[in-house]
Design a protein around this ligand. Sequence first.
Ligand SMILES: Nc1ncnc2c1ncn2[C@@H]1O[C@H](COP(=O)(O)OP(=O)(O)OP(=O)(O)O)[C@@H](O)[C@H]1O
Length: 260
Amino acid sequence: MSQDLVIDVRNVTKHFGGIAAVEDCSLSVRRGSITGLIGPNGAGKSTLFNMVAGNIVPDSGQVIFDGADVTGMPPHDLFRRGMLRTFQIAHEFSHMTALENLMMVPGDQPGEHLGNVWFRPFSASQRERDVRAKALDVIDFLKLGHVRDELAGNLSGGQKKLLELGRTMMVDAKVVLLDEVAAGVNRTLLNDLAGNIERMNRELGYTFFVIEHDMDLIGRLCDPVIVMAQGSKIAEGPMAEIRSNPEIIEAYFGSPVEVA
Ligand SMILES: Nc1ncnc2c1ncn2[C@@H]1O[C@H](COP(=O)(O)OP(=O)(O)OP(=O)(O)O)[C@@H](O)[C@H]1O
């Protein structure tokens, strides 16, 4: 059973002064799933996410990642273990091309960095050629070929997000934490982005843990959907079930409009 869980949050609590942001909360993310996390404002979603991603240390409880206790481990160590967080900030290096941005992603060996691969084209090692080939595969998979040599700073908002998604593919992430995918992206590009997340999940087996306010996107991508309110998990299931549960709608969303 626990073998199937890539993330297992056990009874975590985080207080800020007198505020219980997260209170004795347990939830998990099954390997191979796209798991959504929703809930009203102030429910504790970001705090929970930050504890999983290593940005906030819980007061108590445990975060288990891929079978190991990683409670309080900083983000860069989690990155090396295969947990990647994206979309919170645009991380692209604007003065490098899309392809170079992908090649900049650190390799799977601790401390390794491929920053100057393209400055030494004639002495490129096999490893460097592999990285380039992989970056080209990722560009191909995400259909970014037409902007491959474009400076990342010139890409559209949606293309930047696609590029960031591509960076997670460079390191074969075990789980990708997605923060507010929909924020600031128009419908067409969002469709594109969602399609690529689905393909990464279905065709390449990526696991995603998604925090999102856009209920349409959550409904399209996620199963299961976890609902948090007042610092704890209050429900989990397919979006159709969550949507049709009048108690959840009534008690935590105020009116049916929010999740209709
Ligand atoms: N750094 C902090 N200092 C003090 N209080 C905080 C801090 N971070 C979060 N809180 C409080 O903890 C509670 C949960 O906040 P959190 O941001 O985790 O909720 P959320 O579900 O992500 O909300 P939203 O959907 O509005 O982003 C809120 O009452 C918030 O005001």
